[in-house]
Ligand binder design. Structure first.
Ligand SMILES: Cc1cc2nc3c(=O)[nH]c(=O)nc-3n(C[C@H](O)[C@H](O)[C@H](O)COP(=O)(O)OP(=O)(O)OC[C@H]3O[C@@H](n4cnc5c(N)ncnc54)[C@H](O)[C@@H]3O)c2cc1C
Length: 606
């Protein structure tokens, strides 16, 4: 047996007499799932309450059909290979190397994501331009009216002049760099560009149009710098068969018996050393009492929990004001991957930029070069996303088709036929991230990092808070994971909880054979077996011992079951898996998940 050593904090915990905590986690997105696995790795028992019928939250792949590559990412779609995303890559490695291995349909495999490619287009104010690297466009290229001295400046060079120094500082030393950045937190990015950089408005507008989306520069300097530091990354990745694989693999490891679906948490109450969660679903109402609770939900969802303690006024202010921007995505399935066939400007992967309502067209990096149908993605942020909200699903489909038709007007397929997108369309599906849940992405307004961030992630006795918005790295999965890591540290009272990684929690991994992963406890010969459990493999050892009460909704049961009506209770010592509900029924009485509208193409509708 190899000699392995656990991080001292976890070791100490074992030596001082370990008592597993029962932790309730509200929200089965990336933050909730990651927190669950970290806690289980440290020997604690968790139960996730998820309001919808699936885990993953804003990581969501929508499949049009079972055939390969017929999907689009309604939520997260790509991971930049940059230092701030190491936590995500580490998680992926952990999932890849864990033994026993994940079932085939949960395996997570990275494939390259192409961020830009020859043939990508730029179409602004009716000007067409080869948009390969849209950010290298100059005002002169697209006839944008700017003072003479800016006419031949590339958008990316202008942007680098404005924020390059911040990014270099962050890369050198994140904490110091972030403090420096915070000096400008009260400035909107637009104000910074005009007042500190001295740019004329027209130059600001040009850069915002080509590099970003409408009104993004109203966000804080801090937010914009953090957002743009990743976009200069060269290598990007996505997950084969869809990003869904990531949360689904995590949920499998957490153990399905530790997740209750369709459970919208509507109440929280605190008593000394305990927190009681009330959840409501189509099938009934549930109350369960835990040692600690992590709220891994966005602030707007937190606001919708009316029945909860009122905390510090500044915390309530933070929950009320932390800004999220709307995001809109539509997957459009066509009979051919015409964008890869159109002559002469065909393209594989990358994205086109336009000022039309569709804003960005993302060409799939999966299935490139295959024949048969393919799926395009259109993607709009903030004000550009809002445009879509008042339209009906059919109007949204018509508008998107109209825009695509304008972009490919008069062009021909490699076989000589005219590109007729109306005829080629097989179906659309879209996701409006801002309607039901107010969860686009966290995008802080001026002053919000400085004044809202720390108080928002401060625990309230035994209630803790996690989620992408409580990280420095908004809009990314890595932000959600970082926030969970930090929060689990608060829960356990350990400052540096190791990430889930191929090499953790062992320090001297070099002595551990490559095919051994750290879900297996080291041997007893080291004097102590670490409390290392995972819900999928540790049987009832991983199931929380909690008191609970479940009141099934009468109408759900026929007369023969009448004797089961009324509260079902359970608690430490007599917990019975079968009675702790694993699904309260989702989506009917409390629609909570993102709205996804599926439509067939206009011709299919006849
Ligand atoms: C359109 C879009 C594109 C994105 N693109 C990328 C990308 O390319 N790369 C990248 O890394 N990241 C991307 N992101 C960001 C990334 O998806 C998020 O940062 C991350 O998934 C957020 O995870 P979370 O756990 O903090 O929140 P969420 O995913 O929002 O999870 C919260 C969960 O809580 C549940 N919930 C809410 N209220 C309740 C309640 N009262 N009771 C019970 N459950 C509740 C929700 O249903 C949800 O499942 C994108 C996001 C979107 C929306």
């Amino acid at each position: 047996m190899q000699k392995v050593e656990l991080p001292s904090e976890l070791r100490q915990q074992g030596q001082h007499g370990f008592r597993p905590l029962d932790v309730g986690i509200v929200g089965g997105g990336m933050a909730g799932l990651y927190a669950a696995l970290l806690l289980q790795r440290a020997g604690h028992r968790v139960r996730i309450f998820e309001g919808t019928d699936r885990v993953g939250g804003r990581v969501r792949t929508h499949h049009f059909s079972e055939e390969s590559n017929q999907y689009f990412e309604a939520g997260a779609m790509r991971i930049p290979e940059s230092v701030f995303h190491t936590i995500t890559f580490n998680l992926i490695k952990f999932l890849q190397y864990i033994r026993p291995a994940l079932p085939a349909d949960k395996k997570v495999r990275l494939i390259p994501y192409i961020i830009s490619a020859p043939g990508n287009r730029l179409y602004v104010n009716g000007h067409r331009e080869d948009g390969y690297h849209a950010s290298s466009t100059t005002p002169a290229d697209i006839g944008w009216p700017v003072p003479e001295k800016y006419k031949t400046d590339k958008a990316e060079d202008l942007m680098w002049k404005a924020i390059g120094t911040f990014i270099t500082d962050l890369e050198d030393n994140f904490d110091k760099g972030f403090q420096k950045l915070l000096q400008f937190d009260n400035y909107s990015f637009r104000f910074y560009l005009t007042s500190v950089m001295g740019w004329p408005d027209t130059v600001v507008d040009f850069v915002e149009t080509v590099i970003s989306q409408s009104n993004q520069f109203a966000l804080s300097v801090t937010e914009m710098v953090m957002q743009y530091m990743d976009f200069k990354t060269k290598n990007w990745w996505t997950i084969d068969h869809g990003m869904n694989r990531l949360p689904y693999a995590m949920a499998y490891l957490v153990g399905y018996k530790n997740i209750t679906y369709g459970a919208r948490v509507t109440g929280l109450s605190q008593s000394p050393g305990k927190v009681t969660i009330s959840a409501f679903g189509y099938n009934g109402a549930l109350k369960a009492t835990f040692d600690k609770v992590i709220m891994a939900i966005p602030p707007a969802a937190m606001r919708m929990i009316a029945d909860r303690p009122r905390w510090d006024p500044l915390k309530e202010l933070a929950i009320r004001t932390m800004h999220f921007e709307p995001l809109y995505k539509m997957g459009m399935r066509f009979k051919t991957r015409f964008w890869e066939r159109v002559q002469p400007k065909s393209t594989r992967g990358g994205q086109s930029t336009t000022d039309l309502p569709i804003r960005w067209i993302v060409y799939p990096s999966n299935g490139m070069g295959t024949s048969g149908p393919g799926v395009l993605l259109i993607y709009a942020w903030m004000t550009d996303a809002n445009t879509w909200l008042p339209l009906t699903p059919t109007e949204r489909r018509s508008l998107a088709l109209h825009c695509i038709a304008e972009l490919y007007q008069g062009e021909r397929d490699v076989d000589g036929s005219k590109i007729d997108v109306y005829d080629l369309l097989m179906g659309t599906s879209d996701a409006i991230w801002s309607t039901r849940t107010a969860t686009g992405d966290a995008m802080f307004l001026p002053g919000q990092f400085e004044a809202r961030f720390e108080i928002a992630r401060r625990p309230e006795k035994n209630i803790f808070f996690a989620g992408e918005h409580l990280s420095y790295h908004h809009t990314w999965i890595s932000g959600a994971l970082w926030s969970a890591l930090y929060t689990v540290g608060q829960v356990l009272g350990i400052p540096n909880v190791p990430q889930l990684a191929y090499r953790n929690p062992f320090k001297n991994i070099d002595e551990v054979p490559d095919d051994t992963i750290h879900a297996e406890p080291p041997s007893e010969q080291h004097g102590w077996i670490p409390p290392l459990i995972l819900g999928s493999r540790d049987g009832d050892g991983a199931v929380p011992r909690v008191e609970f009460e479940f009141k099934p909704k009468d109408s759900m049961f026929g007369d023969s079951n009448r004797s089961r009506w009324g509260p079902i209770t359970g608690g430490p010592g007599h917990l019975d898996d079968a009675t702790f509900p694993l699904d309260l029924g989702a989506g009917i009485s409390h629609p909570l998940g993102v709205e996804i509208s599926d439509l067939a193409g206009p011709h299919a509708l006849g």
